[in-house]
Ligand binder design. Structure first.
Ligand SMILES: [Zn+2]
Length: 309
């Protein structure tokens, strides 16, 4: 990705030197917009910064003069409920990540990783390095495409796939990382772009696949099952609105259907997302909720395979 040319087409770019903690400044009020970039940034950081400033220009709701201190870490916290501050910066990081390591390019790489296999991951990392993004930015992007259960550690930071247990707030201490690795099922160490990284597999993706809860004669739709769960847990008055909220959680996943998750991964991620919602998590205790999840995941997978060209 020739990000330099791309940015030059849309903005007036100047390199300058300053002493304060700021990688770039974008002035959006002018036409064309102006971008000031700190002149002594390391190459990969400069590339990510240019893509990040390009994001501010392309995202129409970003306005004003924006001082950017680029740090790839917030992108790894995008799914954390704790990440609230600086949504423009988070959005620009996310945009930059998807521009420099596009989903269409990464998705086949992730699919070539059949399981926890060292040589396959080594190949994936080698390919990832060709995108010319920092090791951390690359791992954050790769994690978006992996099934639940994968975690990468690099220095005091990390990147995890969705639905994977959260290692803690960065910067992580050595002890926190060690504890996490000890709890993991398997760990591999790699040298990647001049850094040492750890790749861990946690229990999420290898939990034994429970036998189906669905009776062969049960021809209820997922929605019918969900409504009866909600009536038992939340009462008749709230059942419909709670069911809609749960549908919203699942709906967010359907939008990610290019991730090609299998049914158990979908179920595991939906469970985790609902667990994080105080107003909904009561539903997890209902004896038929597992049936709803199983039926719903089947529908998602079937719909996906029938919509493929
Ligand atoms: Zn910014």
């Amino acid at each position: 990705m020739d990000i330099k040319s791309l940015l030059h087409e849309r903005a007036q770019v100047e390199y300058a030197n300053w002493s304060h903690e700021c990688d770039a400044v974008t002035v959006l009020g002018e036409s064309p917009p102006r971008v000031f970039v700190k002149s002594d940034l390391p190459l990969l950081r400069e590339r990510f910064t240019l893509a990040h400033e390009y994001a501010h220009i392309q995202l129409p709701w970003h306005v004003g003069t924006i001082n950017c201190h680029i740090n790839a870490a917030p992108a790894s916290e995008e799914y954390s409920v704790a990440a609230v501050a600086g949504s423009q910066e988070r959005e620009a990081n996310e945009f930059a990540s998807r521009l420099l390591t596009p989903d269409r390019w990464l998705s086949p790489i992730a699919k070539s990783l059949p399981s926890f296999e060292r040589s396959a991951m080594q190949d994936a990392l080698d390919t990832l390095a060709s995108a010319q993004v920092s090791a951390q930015a690359g791992l954050i992007a790769l994690s978006r495409h992996l099934l639940p259960g994968h975690a990468f550690f690099i220095d005091q930071s990390f990147a995890i796939s969705r639905g994977t247990s959260w290692p803690g707030r960065t910067p992580l201490s050595d002890g926190e990382i060690e504890q996490y690795l000890e709890r993991s099922i398997a760990v591999e160490e790699f040298a990647h772009q001049g850094r040492v990284i750890f790749w861990a597999l946690t229990s999420e993706s290898t939990e034994p696949w429970l036998p189906s809860q669905v009776n062969p004669g049960d021809d209820r739709t997922p929605h019918q099952v969900l409504i009866s769960c909600c009536m038992r847990v939340f009462g008749d008055g709230l059942a419909k609105s709670k069911a809609m909220s749960i549908n919203g959680v699942v709906g967010g996943l359907i939008n990610d259907s290019d991730l090609h998750w299998h049914e158990s991964a979908i179920i595991s991620v939906v469970r985790r997302r609902i667990e994080a919602k105080e107003d909904l998590k009561g539903i997890l205790a209902d004896h038929e909720f597992a049936i709803y999840l199983e039926k719903k995941a089947q529908v998602i997978v079937q719909r996906r395979s029938s919509s493929l060209p």
